[in-house]
Design a protein around this ligand. Structure first.
Ligand SMILES: [Zn+2]
Length: 292
């Protein structure tokens, strides 16, 4: 009887690998400045850390606990602050095209910009195909800097809160097709796997062999996003696209979302351990050209 009880207790541990064992690359993190940091409850009711200092400590703690060995971070409202362990890869948050190509090149040459993104063009009424982005994409192609673009929707009532030009349709992955056509050598990934437009994300990946995606936000934020993630992953597996799908949390001001996203991906029994390893780590190593 005891043996049966022990077996029942341990079955979940046998089925799902635990957080911390698998090295992980998180392709989608955010940081803030003292000024831009905010607190709010996530959809699951968990409140964000009480102030920026606490947030920063909790974020780095969560990365280590989950064995996140590299993470692309873009700071909203300030400059990137890197970590002592070299986990954070500096991104560049932009909701509109940058203005100065010289300053942009300086950031790249000084190692302060290693990924151009998150580009949240949708928030200011742009798409990545708008001509104002073109000189910066050309520089990224020249310097072999990966580009990360927001796809899908956003949080409730964002149009009234900050961003009157926000429209969901601007988050359709098809809006980046002109960029794919013009810059075939550009390394580029979609963020959020298209979310509501996940079928367009899949179609675009079938069409353009260089296009990758991350799973930021859709592995944890709410039921709609979770539905998109599951459908996207089931179909990506069916269509042979899992080699270009990368893990991402998009934890924003909620560091607990990193572990939550990992557990969600681990819970899908239609993915094999090999599939999960690719998504958590191998595909990002290839995309980012990291040494394994
Ligand atoms: Zn994000």
């Amino acid at each position: 009887m005891k043996k049966i009880l022990l077996l029942i207790l341990f079955i979940p541990f046998l089925v799902y690998p635990q957080v911390g064992n698998q090295p992980i690359i998180d392709m989608h993190l955010h940081d803030y400045s003292e000024k831009s940091y905010y607190t709010a409850p996530a959809h699951d009711g968990v409140m964000s850390p009480k102030d920026y200092q606490t947030y920063r400590v909790e974020l780095l703690k969560a990365l280590k606990k989950c064995n996140v060995v590299k993470a692309v971070v873009s700071t909203i409202g300030g400059e990137n602050k890197l970590d002592d362990d070299g986990i954070l890869i500096p991104g560049y948050y932009a909701s509109a095209p940058p203005k100065d190509t010289t300053a942009f090149k300086v950031l790249i040459e000084s190692g302060k910009l290693k990924v151009f993104g998150e580009i949240g063009a949708i928030y200011d009424g742009y798409t990545l195909s708008d001509p104002e982005f073109e000189p910066f994409l050309r520089i990224c192609e020249q310097y072999d800097i990966p580009v990360a673009v927001h796809t899908g929707g956003s949080v409730e009532d964002i149009t009234y809160r900050c961003c009157p030009d926000f429209r969901i349709k601007l988050g359709d992955p098809y809006t980046i097709e002109n960029v794919l056509a013009k810059f075939p050598k550009l390394r580029i990934y979609m963020m959020h796997a298209g979310e509501a437009f996940y079928e367009h994300a899949l179609r675009l990946m079938l069409q353009y062999s260089q296009l990758y995606t991350d799973l930021g936000v859709i592995l944890w934020v709410h039921e709609f996003a979770l539905d998109c993630a599951e459908q996207f992953l089931r179909k990506a597996k069916k269509y042979g696209l899992l080699d270009r799908v990368m893990f991402g949390s998009d934890q924003m001001v909620w560091p607990h979302a990193i572990e939550k996203s990992i557990n969600q991906l681990n819970s899908y029994d239609f993915l094999t351990q090999e599939d999960k390893k690719k998504i958590f780590y191998d595909n990002a190593v290839t995309f980012l050209k990291l040494k394994n």
